[in-house]
Design a protein around this ligand. Structure first.
Ligand code: GUN
Length: 283
């Protein structure tokens, strides 16, 4: 039987460490979330993040802007948060409405407050193999693999999806751990054949139950980053029931990668606060 990679369980161990780390800090870390518009999924994510901060004794604030807010207003807000010593981490909830250019927004964010790892400085550090703030979902996948003792060195890893927030940083992290990487995307050919060769398969393409048994090598480790609600039920990008038996290990949806994402956000927030404390001492 496949080992289930229970993100919920791994997250609990991360939170124990976070509580310890926070108790050694001279400040209470604060997360400020910038939310634009009324996307129900985004509103739920933001509420979950705020609740988690509260349960760990961390501070959080959500700045909610109307969907038609101007780019200039948001940029000014980010600059204010950059200069605010009481805010240690800034998260701009994605996706943003179409009229806003996320690159322009992330260009102004202080990389030391970038708990999502989306600024050029943090993405560049990861690409150089010197990670500082890494996007929370792929970071959570690595933490989960480590927790279950799954070593990826020398293995063939296939990532489905090339987003800036999951696919690309996932590839960098697995490469940094010496896996051999293939990234598949909407223009890739022979995706089924490529997947079938994967020792580690990460599905982050955003299509419900897209990965079926014909795409999974017997004994593979399958990580499901997707989350979809179909007829009131949650499922991932992988057809879990259909592929489970042929895997060495597989992450379920819900209860797999999802809880890890939020745990890594909390970890990044504590890291941000500690880097800012150190910087203040130096100055
Ligand atoms: N929207 C969905 N997931 C995320 C995330 O991890 N960070 C941000 N900023 N927005 C998201």
């Amino acid at each position: 039987m496949a080992q289930r990679l229970e993100g919920k369980k791994v997250a609990e161990s991360v939170y124990s460490q976070i509580l310890l780390d926070v108790s050694l800090l001279s400040v209470v870390p604060k997360l400020t979330v910038v939310l634009v518009g009324n996307d129900p999924a985004s509103e739920t994510y933001v509420r979950t993040k705020a609740k988690k901060c509260q349960s760990l004794g961390l501070q959080s604030e959500t700045l909610h802007f109307p969907a038609d807010v101007s780019e200039e207003t948001l940029i000014q807000q980010i600059q204010t948060l950059n200069a605010d010593p009481t805010t240690h981490g800034v998260l701009v909830q994605l996706p943003l409405p179409q009229h806003l250019n996320k690159h322009r927004i992330f260009e102004v964010l202080d990389p030391l407050k970038d708990v999502d790892g989306l600024t050029a400085a943090n993405a560049g550090l990861l690409a150089l193999g010197r990670p500082r703030f890494v996007p929370c979902t792929p970071l959570g996948v690595m933490e989960m693999l480590k927790f279950y003792g799954i070593d990826v060195a020398g293995k063939r890893a296939v990532i489905l999806g090339r987003s800036d927030i999951v696919g690309k940083p996932m590839a960098q992290l697995l490469l940094n751990e010496n896996a051999t990487i293939t990234v598949c995307h909407s223009r890739s050919r022979d995706v089924e054949l490529i997947c079938k060769e994967a020792d580690v398969l990460v599905a982050a393409l955003g299509k419900p139950k897209w990965v079926g048994p014909a795409m999974v090598k017997p004994g593979a480790v399958v990580i499901d980053v997707g989350i979809h609600r179909i007829h009131g039920h949650l499922c991932g990008d992988v057809d879990f029931e259909a592929v489970e038996n042929q895997c060495q290990a597989i992450s379920p949806v819900p209860g797999g990668v999802g809880p890890m994402t939020i745990a890594m956000l909390m970890k990044n927030l504590v890291l941000a606060a500690s880097l800012q404390v150190k910087k203040k001492i130096k100055n």
